[in-house]
Write a protein that binds this ligand. Sequence first.
Ligand SMILES: C[S@@+](CC[C@H](N)C(=O)[O-])C[C@H]1O[C@@H](n2cnc3c(N)ncnc32)[C@H](O)[C@@H]1O
Length: 259
Amino acid sequence: MAITDDGWDVTESVGATALGVVWSRAQENVSQCPLFTDPYAQMFLDAAAARGWQLPPADMMEQIRSIAGYAASRTKWFDEFFIAAGANGIEQVVILAAGLDARAWRLPWVDETVIYEIDQPNVLAFKAETLRDNDARPGARYVQVAVDLGQDWPKALRDAGFDDTEPAAWALEGVLAHLPVDDHALLLERIQELSADSSRIAIESPEAGIDVVDWLTERGWEVAPTTAADLMDRYGRCGPDESDAAVPRAEFLDARRIC
Ligand SMILES: C[S@@+](CC[C@H](N)C(=O)[O-])C[C@H]1O[C@@H](n2cnc3c(N)ncnc32)[C@H](O)[C@@H]1O
């Protein structure tokens, strides 16, 4: 993959995008009618600030604010995906490029669930340290897999205990838009190889890139797509009438491997 292991930190390079997303979740958490609660988001911001991190420049903050409704809807949708996967008996969860996603701590997981998170070593180290300093405990067995997605992450995942003979629930949230388009198919192929029947995957699929619906359908996945506008409408965050800037051109794909 083009993005390789240059060891970025959570406060720099593409790692800092995790802090932009977590800033949005912290705002949602203290809003009047939040779609979800995420008390961990502010912990990460405080810990990053203590390391000297500052909010991004005003124009970038404006961009982040403009998609607040989208970001909150996205988080809610992935939350619901995981809850439904657990209710359907899936006990393995893999969150790729997890960043500062706090679902392992804030969602009600069913017993025996194991959550694997993949991201850069420095990003995951910051996350673990911050949560430990705040005495946070995950609601399921939690395993960090510190590896670049450009490396042999399937091996790292298996070495960490992942069982590819059992179904898994995968999440690609805020990931494809950050990877070169040429790398999308390779990422999906690797997930396909690790996915037993009945596995599920939730994907935030940007407009640019391969046709992910076709890709999955041709390989035995049943795919239910939802546009960003429809999703925001569903959660009362508008959508169709919003400005283009507030509604990124993306689809949310909920897929299940049926053969
Ligand atoms: C926009 S953040 C999204 C994080 C998380 N999914 C969320 O929604 O909060 C992108 C994350 O992808 C990670 N990332 C990007 N490229 C990666 C790569 N090649 N290998 C591992 N992690 C990567 C970054 O470190 C960052 O944490």
